[in-house]
Design a protein around this ligand. Structure first.
Ligand code: HEM
Length: 396
């Protein structure tokens, strides 16, 4: 979680910097200048205290009495009070946003979503794919070193495979539809036109909103099924020290059912999966889940935001800001998650001989098991011997 927060903070640092020059507002009689407006639309932070504090007498009670009658406060003052949330607004609109008539954080959200999030997200995916290509060129397909025995050993039962594939297929559908939705305005609409884009986007949104449930359920199943095999232990250090033999032929450090690299994948899937699910549910049910203000309070207690950005994170957020942050967080986690899963899919399919069989049929050749998961292989053989003392192997 802390690592994810670090990433979020680094992304925030990538936001366009503070406007440096103070515009000459004398020309507008103290009101906003064109520079102010442009800077705000670019999503830059501007010092708006000259307006924020200019809401009539500064006396909210006095202002409320004048909202309908145009008393001493001017319209501009009324609008400022609305915009900066100092007017006690009562509207007939139901729901948690009823008291908020004007919010301008949408510009910052849009600028970040269309800018750094999309740019660095796509660059990250490109880097991951280039790294996998480089690994393939260097190492080639990881083959089974010894001769295959023809004797098969059961690695995953049907329910494990079912849970994995529900997660795999739903993740791929969510990833593709999500990327389609986020890249639309910038890349896809200029290329395919509004009409075609919108038709596919409608289907993509349906897929994204509904398939998410399959992903969340399978995430829980995978956690329950495999958590006991993914508790880190000393053997993992040994495995890591040899980089799992991934970079050198013939090197096979011992491993249990899951090796250290797979444990990293497992915990990444669980932590990122939980985080993306929570922010996704917040987006599915607008204004019902508000976690950022509370999270920022906790993060501020660590002192990190002050250290990195020179200011604490905001601890009071409007319902809209909660939604905007949920969307940005959802996007950041999604890019990271997709990047990691691309590497997993490569190694689980074309990158390693025999890997895909484990998830397709649930069985692997004993030689594969001996080379990649020797401790697990020995345990399985011992179990099979105990169950049927006269047979040497668990399954032929
Ligand atoms: C086409 C897509 C995929 C393929 C070919 C694939 C393949 C595999 C294979 C072969 C294994 C077992 C490895 C072994 O026997 O040791 C595995 C395990 C696993 N898969 Fe996938 N997978 C895919 C998609 C996904 C996705 C999308 C996720 C999660 C979002 C995922 C999460 C996991 C996890 C957590 C494990 C257990 C840990 C590990 O082996 O790394 N897989 N996968």
């Amino acid at each position: 979680m802390r690592a994810l927060l670090w990433i979020a903070l680094s992304f925030m640092l990538a936001l366009p910097g503070f406007a440096e020059e103070v515009p000459d507002r004398a020309a507008t009689g103290g009101a906003q200048t064109l520079e102010d407006i442009m800077a705000r639309q670019r999503g830059e932070k501007i010092d708006d205290s000259f307006r924020r504090e200019a809401t009539g007498q500064g006396n909210v009670e006095a202002l409320i009495g004048q909202l309908g009658t145009r008393g001493a406060a001017s319209d501009a003052e009324v609008f400022r009070a609305l915009r900066y949330g100092s007017a006690d607004t009562r509207t007939s609109a139901p729901g948690p946003t009823a008291g908020l008539l004007i919010q301008d954080s949408g510009m910052k959200w849009l600028a970040f979503r269309e800018g750094p999030l999309l740019r660095y997200g796509l660059i990250f995916l490109g880097v991951m794919m280039a790294a996998i290509l480089a690994f393939y060129l260097y190492r080639g397909k990881i083959l089974i070193d010894g001769p295959k025995t023809g004797r098969m050993i059961i690695r995953f039962d049907a329910f494990e495979r079912f849970s994995h594939w529900v997660m795999g297929v739903s993740f791929i559908l969510l990833g593709l539809s999500g990327l389609y939705l986020i890249a639309g305005r910038k890349f896809l609409i200029p290329w395919m036109g509004h009409g075609v884009y919108a038709d596919i986007a409608e289907a993509g949104k349906w897929v994204h909103n509904n398939i998410s449930w399959a992903f969340m359920i399978s995430l829980v199943l995978v956690f329950i099924l495999w958590v006991k095999h993914n508790i880190p232990d000393r053997g993992d250090i040994q495995w890591m020290a040899k980089a799992g033999g991934l970079f050198s032929k013939g090197v096979h450090p011992p491993a249990k059912k899951f090796n250290a690299g797979q444990k990293i994948i497992f915990w990444s899937v669980i932590i990122l999966g939980f985080s993306i699910s929570l922010s996704g549910v917040a987006l599915l049910f607008p204004f019902e889940v508000s976690v950022f203000a509370k999270t920022f309070q906790i993060v501020n207690m660590t002192g990190l935001p002050n250290l990195i950005m020179g200011a604490p994170l905001p601890e009071v957020l409007s319902p809209y800001e909660e939604m905007q942050l949920s969307q940005l967080w959802h996007g950041i986690v999604a890019f990271l998650f997709i990047g990691i899963i691309i590497a997993h899919i490569y190694l689980g399919s074309v990158g390693m001989e025999g890997a895909i069989e484990t998830m397709a049929t649930g069985e692997v050749d004993e030689q594969w098991a001996k080379e990649h998961h020797s401790i697990w292989y020995d345990e399985e053989m011992a179990k099979a011997k105990d169950a049927a003392p006269d047979q040497a192997t668990p399954a032929e």
